[in-house]
Design a protein around this ligand. Structure first.
Ligand code: TRP
Length: 347
């Protein structure tokens, strides 16, 4: 069986560090390892519209921002197929058929969707398209016969549903679709990065994000004002590292090499944490370290972005070419789907 990797991002704004540690960093590694038959990365604009129906300008503008984020983070269009979801009508077609194979109550049980409904204040008036997006996501994944989806932990319920739908489809009609696996980030803490305010999740609507495109100055301002331990008032006080956003970020990003380069008086994060917990280590020192570590990641992205921004039409062309390639696969799978469902009336 061939190995097909696929992931998507909702183009609702610039990508932030949560996206980076949750999925983008892994994607770039997977791409560079090259151990796959095909790799797809796409703009989930149809999904973005399910809760932004009245704001198409935002989605349109974000397509370019997200493409710049991908390319500056190292996604390489000569190795990955980059495409736009709405330009693949086969996705809508497959979604329609998959919807017949799942109950309303099954979709209602999805914890990620439940949280999102609360966060958006949709209770009692959830747009039907939004409610159904997990099924549409199952179509995104299965249309390309995806075997591996690198994603954060919040995507697990979608993958579970997708696997159920694949089994239902194949049992009911014929063995056409393929069951995918999720590939979670290796570092446990990277599975869900909190915001700079220490709140559960980095999210644009909460205003607690560090964007991949932030300037050096913006980065420092955000790190400087990050949430730490509110009871760590004086340097000599013992501090908590648990629930302390600066340390959560260090958990997600710091390597021993970073310590050697930026703070050689500590061999590793464990020693830094121990000192903080004992007392005698100030927040500022930890924040400066975090800033250096993050800037080492973001500075090359900033540079590449500045180059890429000079030729936006070239970026649109990359998306257009990738979409044409993706559509060929989409058409192939859909002809198998129609045949399996006995709706291939005209041959
Ligand atoms: N739901 C994903 C997110 O919110 C985006 C997405 C849509 C996706 N379709 C996908 C991710 C298919 C992986 C595979 O980020």
């Amino acid at each position: 069986m061939s190995k097909v990797i696929l992931t998507g991002d909702r183009p609702t704004g610039k990508l932030h560090l949560g996206h980076y540690v949750g999925s983008l960093r892994r994607r770039v590694e997977l791409q560079n390892e090259g151990d796959f038959d095909r790799m797809f990365v796409f703009m989930a604009d149809v999904q973005a519209l399910t809760d932004n129906a009245d704001n198409p300008e935002k989605i349109r503008k974000s397509i370019i921002n997200v493409a710049l984020d991908w390319l500056s983070a190292g996604i390489d269009p000569s190795r990955c197929i980059l495409f736009i979801q709405s330009a693949i009508p086969e996705l809508a077609e497959l979604t329609t058929y998959l919807m017949n194979l799942v109950s309303v109550s099954r979709v209602q049980r999805n914890p990620t969707v439940k949280t999102e409904i609360k966060m958006r204040g949709f209770e009692g008036q959830v747009p039907l398209g939004f409610f159904c997006y997990p099924v549409s996501q199952a179509a995104d994944i299965t249309l390309f016969k995806t075997t591996v989806v690198p994603a954060g932990e919040d995507q697990e319920p979608m993958l579970e549903l997708t696997r159920e739908l694949v089994r239902r489809f194949n049992q009911t009609y014929a063995d056409v679709l393929v069951e995918p696996q999720i590939m979670l980030p290796e570092r446990q803490v990277a599975r869900r990065l909190p915001g700079t305010d220490g709140k559960e999740k980095m999210s644009k609507s909460l205003g607690n994000c560090i964007y991949l495109s932030d300037s050096k100055d913006e980065l420092w301002q955000k790190v400087r004002s990050m949430y730490t331990d509110p009871n760590h008032l004086r340097v000599d006080d013992p501090g908590k590292t648990e629930g302390n956003a600066v340390f959560t970020y260090l958990d997600a990003f710091a390597t021993d090499q970073d310590f050697a380069d930026f703070l050689p008086e500590y061999p590793n994060l464990a020693e830094l944490k121990a000192h903080y917990e004992r007392g005698g280590l100030g927040d500022m020192k930890c924040k400066k370290l975090l800033f250096e570590i993050l800037d080492r990641i973001l500075a090359p992205m900033r540079e590449r972005r500045a180059e890429l921004e000079k030729d936006i039409p070239a970026i649109m062309q990359i998306l257009k070419d990738g979409t044409a390639v993706a559509r060929e696969t989409a058409a192939q799978t859909m002809s198998e789907v129609r045949k399996a469902m006995q709706i291939d009336y005209f041959g």
